[in-house]
Design a protein around this ligand. Structure first.
Ligand code: CFM
Ligand code: HCA
Length: 534
């Protein structure tokens, strides 16, 4: 691995190489599960082709985008709204034919030169009024793109004014694309906004003995539908998901749940922490990607509620689902064992999908996140040591206090002790590196150049990344799976999802069609042209 790292850095100027060296780490897990430090959540070096997106994408596209009945208006030029419109394949299913579903619409103020010069507040006000007149939604959210911050439109003042005027909830996000170093800042801004303006508005207590929220699951390719089915079969009552297959009403009521389950730690840990402080809801990290991870997570939930009937039902569901998984897994493993994958995705999937690959005997030669923080790599134990730089300080940290009337203790200190003895730690996450073999390369914010170099060196059987990387990887003859949108596939979550994934990966790594394709200039060399200087 040392030689590979050297080769990746060799081509960079000294200063760049020095910085990248801190983000390209050879994994080494100590006996106490300690791992090396990795630099992350810092600015990408200008000139480097990054996988990252912007703060607006993290706020509007990722966290709020999957909710079906809030009219999400992008205040800005049309491209930002258009590109964040369903490209993520977040699905939704309204409860009835009269329920709102605005997911098929794309709302934007379509900012023009005139607004850039004279201000865009008037056009924003008009857009909100127009959306209200046509659709009569329960809530309207406004998302700021880069020019909004640059010209100084006060989106929050407009939101307050229109909330008053229309009598529905209107709230705004200062999630300008440049606000942070990546999508990650947008997650934080979205978490703050939804917690401030939506969570806790409806105190209705619903039926159900075991009330949970699912945080950081966005129903890409129908994942949430699979998980919801399991919850139902186990007898768990899902109050709200943030935000896959969700509705505004679920958010307003989510503080009545008794446990928060965190799927994607990176994008939503802030809401979990704030809900714990204000309402007393504990959280646990779970993972529904992979069959054994799903079983483990269901057992964790049952353990938390300390209820024999629930535990029995969970075991029944696992016993019912597992045989089908095992059958496909065993068959696929005969063809996939020993094959090698690389994963460079977002802020949680590069970790979650490793187990799914290992279930069919595949090896991860290298992995990394686009925009995760050190705790997602090294575990939450490093939280106190993370330096808060100017870019993170730029994102507001809300000051939250226990709600004088609605804070409720869910779990006694004795019970916490009991759970810890069985290995169930509340509000904890060990991160990705602790589960990766020693000697594997962990790379933060990988560049296009490094990706191509790694493919050349490792010749992996499959690479998982996003749309910008897809075609360059396929041109190298390597199968490529998008772990963001799942290409056209999914669901991959829970038991049925695992079966889908095994089959898909089997198909891809054992039929390397890309290797047999030739580019036009390779097939017809006479087409190749050389530019001749005059
Ligand atoms: Fe969380 Fe996500 Fe991800 Fe993410 Fe994303 Fe996504 Fe992702 Mo794309 S919230 S961090 S900002 S799991 S959109 S559903 S696939 S990069 S790994
Ligand atoms: C985003 C969304 C994205 C992009 C995926 C990709 C997604 O970060 O803005 O690059 O292919 O999952 O849709 O992560």
């Amino acid at each position: 691995p040392m030689a590979v790292k050297k080769e990746l850095l060799e081509r960079y100027p000294t200063k760049v190489a020095r910085k990248r060296a801190r983000q390209i780490i050879i994994n080494e897990v100590g006996p106490d599960c300690s791992v090396p430090e990795i630099q992350s959540n810092v600015r990408t070096i200008p000139g480097i082709i990054t996988q990252r997106g912007c703060t607006y994408a993290g706020c509007k596209g990722v966290v709020l985008g999957p909710t079906r009945d809030i009219v999400n208006i992008t205040h800005g030029p049309i491209g930002c709204g258009f590109y964040s419109w369903l490209t993520r394949r977040n699905q939704t299913k309204p409860n009835g034919p009269t329920d709102h579903n605005f997911m098929t619409y794309c709302f934007s103020t379509d900012m023009q030169d005139e607004q850039i010069i004279f201000g865009g507040e008037k056009k924003l006000r008009q857009a909100i009024q127009e959306a209200y007149d046509i659709l009569k939604p329960k809530a309207i959210a406004i998302f700021s793109t880069c020019p909004v911050g640059l010209i100084g439109d006060d989106v929050h003042a407009v939101a307050r004014e229109m909330k008053e005027k229309l009598g529905i909830n209107v709230f705004a996000f200062s999630c300008e694309g440049y606000k942070g170093v990546s999508q990650s800042a947008g997650h934080h801004i979205a978490n703050n906004g939804i917690f401030t303006h939506v969570v806790g508005l409806d105190d209705t207590v619903s039926e159900g003995k075991f009330k949970i929220n699912l945080l950081g699951e966005y129903n890409i390719g129908g994942d949430a539908f699979e998980i919801e089915r399991l919850f139902k079969d186990c007898g768990l009552t899902l109050i709200s998901t943030f935000s896959g297959n969700s509705s505004y009403d679920y958010f307003t009521n989510s503080h009545t749940a008794d446990l928060n389950l965190i799927m994607c730690h990176r994008s939503i840990n802030y809401v979990a922490e704030m809900m714990e402080t204000k309402f007393g809801i504990p959280w646990i990290k779970i993972n529904f990607i992979g069959a054994s991870a799903t079983a483990k997570s269901l057992r964790k939930i049952a353990a938390y509620f300390e209820d024999a009937e629930l535990a029995a039902r969970v075991e029944e569901v696992i016993a019912r689902e597992m045989p089908a998984v095992e059958e496909v897994r065993a068959e696929v493993k005969t063809r996939c064992a020993g094959k090698r994958a690389m994963l460079f995705v977002g802020g949680s999937r590069a970790h979650h999908y490793q187990e799914l690959f290992r279930e069919i005997g595949m090896e991860i030669v290298s992995a990394g996140y686009e925009f995760a923080h050190r705790d997602d790599y090294e575990g939450r134990r490093v939280l106190p040591n993370i330096k808060v730089d100017a870019d993170s300080r730029n994102i507001e940290e809300l000051h939250v206090e226990p709600d004088p009337n609605r804070y409720k203790v869910r779990i006694s200190p004795e019970q916490i002790d009991r759970l810890e003895k069985t290995g169930l730690r509340l509000k904890d996450y060990d991160g990705m590196m602790a589960e990766m073999p020693n000697g594997t390369l962990v790379i933060d914010d990988i560049s296009q150049f490094e990706t191509e170099k790694l493919i050349e060196i490792f010749r992996p059987d499959i690479v998982c990344a996003g749309i910008k990387e897809k075609y360059a990887i396929q041109k190298s003859g390597t199968p490529m799976k998008q772990l963001h949108s799942y290409d056209t596939g999914g669901p991959y979550a829970a038991f049925k999802g695992a079966i889908n994934f095994y089959r898909e990966i089997d198909r891809m790594v054992n039929s390397k069609v890309w290797k047999y394709l030739k580019a036009p200039w390779q097939e017809h060399p006479e087409l190749a042209a050389t530019y001749v200087w005059e």
